[in-house]
Design a protein around this ligand. Structure first.
Ligand SMILES: Nc1nc2c(ncn2[C@@H]2O[C@H](COP(=O)(O)OP(=O)(O)OP(=O)(O)O)[C@@H](O)[C@H]2O)c(=O)[nH]1
Ligand SMILES: [Mg+2]
Length: 507
């Protein structure tokens, strides 16, 4: 919609607004490829390993009608992003790989769509594959209460190939049809309102937020505020980073001018004056869950400190969520700080002070820190950066395991009843007895029991059978032991032989 056309609409009452369509589905089922096919615009090529790890918003125009699309990641870590995507959308596309089956995140997406109470369209993708079986998918979906039209339900389904760009026209038609039925209207003569769907700190531009306008017209130079952050808008850009003067309902925008990075999921509103906006801002930041968890350090647990830096809020949230799920019975993972932005000197100082590792996700290390690392001969500063979320998680897991001391595991090997004490001196004795359980070997550690109570310990210096040195005596054998220990063994004592094994720490 051009600004002029929109203006005409404002004057003629409640204008229509384009649908906001969220693309949801299991990892690798082809969400980004579908958007790429729709927009004929390379999105996937920019991603690390083709895995979407952030939320993206795009606008397309079909037969003069606009549609806003929100791409979401399918990886299990990003459930909050998917829920947020469904929350801001009018319609959901549920993408399912026709050659596969309904997967965990397919189900999770269905739950998010149902919670958001928006209509869904099933997109049966990868129909070009020889083993594609869309009927099987429809059957699976109907079993979980998602019944498509051809199965007697009300949910439209479309078969597409994002790769071969087939079925795209039909899909767009269905989207516009569903949108028409929703009669999406929006007030434009009210203060602008919207939802932040992604945010990050840009080295040169400062805080950058991606938002969807929900109501009103957002203009460059507006004063807006979320619950926590104020912005005297410096500029607004469309999804392609092109400067625009105003943005209308349903439009995805990039907003520059926030004083600090607003949190994803926050609503923003525009205000007449800065004073009015400031009144609405909450003074206290809500405590972030992970970083501020009160740790139960009773039982002398070990603690591994880390500092997390990420490209966008959404990925930090996902990483924190996954880290929280690592087993922490033996070592506690403490996230000292979790922040958007590059790894800077403040992080390095905090890391040094608290003996923490710095873990970066799709962020750079500032030149001053790099220089410091270069000169740090002792290599005390541990900084690692990652592009793929599960590599990061694996690294932290390895760190936790490494910090565990090897556990010593004790295994009982044999039992002997003492029948005779031959000889003794200071801490040595020769005793004879019968092996009643297991076996006895030279070198094993021993514990001595009298009337079921442990009375001392020691080890086997030498072992004899029939007055000959042997390495082993089995159950039923009579054996002589040269014992060294802290007790005088008596006739009738029970001698237990055991082994100790050092086992690598397991979380
Ligand atoms: N044969 C075939 N392959 C496809 C099709 N659509 C996507 N793919 C392939 O499937 C893989 C995953 O595609 P993406 O678009 O990255 O999947 P996604 O759902 O966005 O994945 P995440 O964002 O990580 O959840 C890529 O290798 C694509 O080339 C299709 O229609 N046919
Ligand atoms: Mg993707």
């Amino acid at each position: 919609m051009t600004a002029k056309k929109a203006k005409e609409k404002i004057t003629s009452g409640m204008p229509n607004r384009p649908p906001v369509v969220v693309v949801l589905g299991h990892v690798d089922h082809g969400k980004s490829s579908l958007l790429e096919a729709i927009r004929d615009f390379k999105i996937t090529s920019k991603e690390s390993g083709g895995i979407t790890q952030h939320i993206g918003a795009y606008e397309v125009e079909d037969k003069g009608k606009k549609i806003t699309f929100i791409d979401t990641p399918g990886h299990e870590a990003f459930s909050a992003m998917r829920a947020r995507g469904a929350e801001v959308a009018d319609i959901a596309l549920l993408v399912v790989d026709s050659a596969q089956s309904v997967q965990p995140q397919t189900k999770e997406a269905i739950m998010a769509i149902k919670r958001a109470e928006i209509p869904m369209i099933i997109v049966l993708n990868k129909i070009d594959l020889p083993n594609a079986n869309p009927e099987k998918i429809k059957g699976e979906l109907s079993k979980i209460d998602v019944v498509v039209e051809s199965y007697g339900g009300t949910i439209p389904s479309v078969q597409v190939s994002a790769k071969e760009k087939t079925g795209i026209d039909e899909l767009l038609e269905v989207i516009l049809l569903v949108a028409d039925m929703q009669e999406l209207k929006s007030e434009t003569n009210v203060p602008a309102e919207g939802l932040i769907i992604e945010s990050y700190m840009d080295g040169s531009r400062g805080p950058v937020a991606t938002a969807i306008v929900k109501k009103g017209v957002l203009k460059a130079k507006d004063i807006i505020a979320t619950d926590l952050a104020l912005a005297k808008v410096k500029s607004i850009k469309d999804f392609q980073d092109k400067e625009i003067s105003q943005a209308f309902p349903s439009q995805p925008v990039i907003i520059l001018g926030f004083e600090k990075v607003p949190a994803v999921g926050e609503k923003f509103k525009s205000y007449k004056t800065e004073k009015e906006a400031l009144c609405e801002i909450k003074k206290e930041e809500p405590k972030r869950e992970v970083g501020n968890t009160v740790l139960d350090l009773s039982g002398a647990k070990k603690v591994l400190n880390i500092i997390l830096k990420g490209d966008v809020f959404g990925s930090l949230e996902a990483i924190e969520g996954m880290l929280k799920n690592l087993p922490q019975d033996k070592v506690v993972l403490r996230i000292l700080k979790s922040e958007v932005g590059e790894i800077n000197e403040t992080d390095a100082k905090l890391a040094e002070m608290s003996k923490a590792s710095i873990i970066g996700f799709r962020v750079k290390i500032s030149p001053s820190v790099l220089k410091f690392m270069h000169n740090d001969l002792t290599q005390k500063l541990r900084i690692r950066t990652f592009d793929v979320i599960y590599e990061l998680i694996q690294d932290v897991r390895n760190g936790l395991e490494k910090s565990l001391e090897a556990e010593i595991v004790r295994n009982d090997v044999g039992k002997l009843r003492t029948l005779l004490v031959f000889w003794g001196e200071k801490n040595r004795q020769i005793v004879g007895g019968k092996v009643t359980e297991g076996e006895f070997k030279k070198g094993l550690k021993l514990e001595i029991f009298r009337d079921d109570k442990k009375v001392g310990s020691g080890r086997i210096i030498n072992l004899q059978r029939d007055k000959k040195d042997v390495d082993l005596a089995r159950k039923g054998d009579e054996a002589g032991i040269l014992f060294e220990g802290n007790i005088k063994i008596e006739k009738g004592d029970i001698v237990v032989a055991y082994m100790e094994e050092r086992k690598k720490g397991i979380l």
